[in-house]
Design a protein around this ligand. Sequence first.
Ligand SMILES: *Cc1c(COP(=O)(O)O)cnc(C)c1O
Ligand code: SF4
Length: 347
Amino acid sequence: MQVWQEKMEQVVTDPRRLAQRFGIDPSPLQRVAERYPLRISPSYWELLEAPGDPLWRQCVPDLRELSDPTPCADPLDEGRLSPVPAIVHRYPDRVLFLVGGDCATYCRFCTRKRLLGDPALRVGEQALEQGLDYIAAHAEVKDVLLSGGDPLLLENQELEGLLSRLRAISHVEILRIGSRLPVTLPERIDDALCALLRRFAPLYLNTHFNHPRELTARAAGACARLADAGVVLGNQTVLLRGVNDSAPVLAALWRGLLRLRVRPYYLHHMDLVRGTGHFRTRIETGLEILQQLRGNLSGLALPQYVIDSPGGRGKIPLLPESLLELGDSARLRTSSGAIIDFPNRET
Ligand SMILES: *Cc1c(COP(=O)(O)O)cnc(C)c1O
Ligand code: SF4
């Protein structure tokens, strides 16, 4: 067994472990975890300092998850945009290919929260075959983004098979991987994986750091190995109330990422997912933070602030020309010119 696989066997899933370590009452955590499971990887577990700290909030159940009035469980309507089970095809030239069913740490704010920990959602052999067939049959697809949980939790052999078959499709130009493992399971980014990934350039990997305290020596090592293997690194941050909704925190995060050769790519406004309302900021918060940082921070460090519009209409960059109106409901213009309303209140 590889080191990373041993680490995966040590993930914390029982709220009583938190209760023991931090001297708190496990029962509220247990209630929430019955509905939305708990999982914390060993590396992330070591980073927790105290109840309510910014890393704690990202991975420890909170009673507010059960009382969130957000109506929708699948706001992006990924169901409707799936021509075959493992593919989400929303933009003409690129697809999401959901190849991995699990993550090393379950983020409490996850857009796919409703699916986490559900064994029925493991992506099967047949779904992968159908996905590959779909991509092969659609010559307009130039860019395949592996996601779905965390693709890097696939074993090397499986990952290599998948990447080879995608590379064999002549119209597929770019491969991308979305993975939080550089943050949550840096042991996974070992030499064997990097040697494998090196063969599939141009390969882009978007990782997911949300707080400067996640910029550990181990995470830095993981990013360095990937960059040395020729993998082009980007980062997606989710704007989270009580975690990173301040200019100094995001400045430290994004500056730190550039030092690790990771380019901040997106700052995501929170999706309208049930059970995550306590993380949602107002749109003004993100705009003000970026406004404060612009000019004070290298342009390379500034990501694009985007909102994923409900109903599967795609990402909208939050720029003055797409913001028609702000208030308790924001009126936004999508890239195709459609007008949508997005609730803009903290719950
Ligand atoms: C975000 C996303 C992509 C990738 O979009 P980019 O803006 O090119 O990074 C592709 N497909 C879906 C469904 C997405 O949500
Ligand atoms: S790593 Fe991504 S997919 Fe996995 S739980 Fe976190 S937000 Fe969800």
